[in-house]
Design a protein around this ligand. Structure first.
Ligand SMILES: [Zn+2]
Length: 210
């Protein structure tokens, strides 16, 4: 075999390997630059879609990954760090999270059928916001640390210990799968009423779960 032929074969086999790896990883990463026309509409407080319970995903396939990609595009367009499928009117247990929206290379996190298996004993207070209740930011108390089991975008079982903003974000997004919104958990009535009123939301759309 002469050297050129060998090089050509080698190049071809590398190209093949790269293609296989690409298909194998089946990434959901999309550009993070905000789009003018996001593919999905995010429902806001008062919409019935936000109050439905989401179903478990039985099959994780290309359609699931397509939905995750569109959710990410819509989330980046709104400059959010988390989005749950019920927010875009899809009652399925799918969350996308990206705490690093200004860093193009950081991959997002996709959590399918997430289950919290443990919560830490300590609680903390943090000011939350939600793409479904724009510009309203209020304090919510939640456990500081969690352990969560889920499937990733390729159907692989994953287990994650989270603290800080990630723990906070996962709990907030998982609430959406039960039809619960962060305002339902706000205990400061006065701030809640003020915050909602200032942004034109109605208090009657908040559920009392405190
Ligand atoms: Zn939210």
């Amino acid at each position: 075999m002469n050297c050129d032929v060998f090089r050509d074969l080698l190049a071809r086999s590398f190209a093949q390997m790269a293609r296989t790896a690409e298909q194998g990883s089946r990434t959901v990463q999309v550009p993070k630059e905000p789009l003018d026309q996001p593919p999905l509409t995010i429902h806001t407080l008062g919409a019935r879609e936000l109050r439905r319970e989401a179903r478990r995903v039985s099959k994780i396939d290309e359609a699931t990954r397509d939905l995750a990609r569109d959710m990410l595009r819509s989330m980046y367009a709104a400059r959010g760090i988390g989005l749950a499928a019920p927010q875009v009117g899809v009652p399925k247990q799918i969350l996308v999270i990206d705490l690093d929206i200004d860093e193009a290379a950081t991959p997002p996190l996709v959590l399918i059928n997430p289950e919290i298996t443990a919560t830490g004993a300590s609680l903390n207070t943090y000011e939350e916001g939600c793409l479904s209740i724009p510009k309203v930011y209020l304090d919510v108390v939640r456990p500081s640390t969690i352990e969560v089991n889920f499937r990733d975008e390729n159907g692989r079982p994953r287990r994650l210990k989270a603290d800080g903003l990630l723990a906070r974000c996962i709990q907030h997004e998982m609430d959406h799968l039960q039809g619960v919104l962060f305002v339902d958990r706000v205990t400061d009535e006065l701030s809640l009423n003020e915050g909602l009123q200032q942004q034109g939301f109605e208090r009657q759309h908040v559920l009392s779960i405190r």
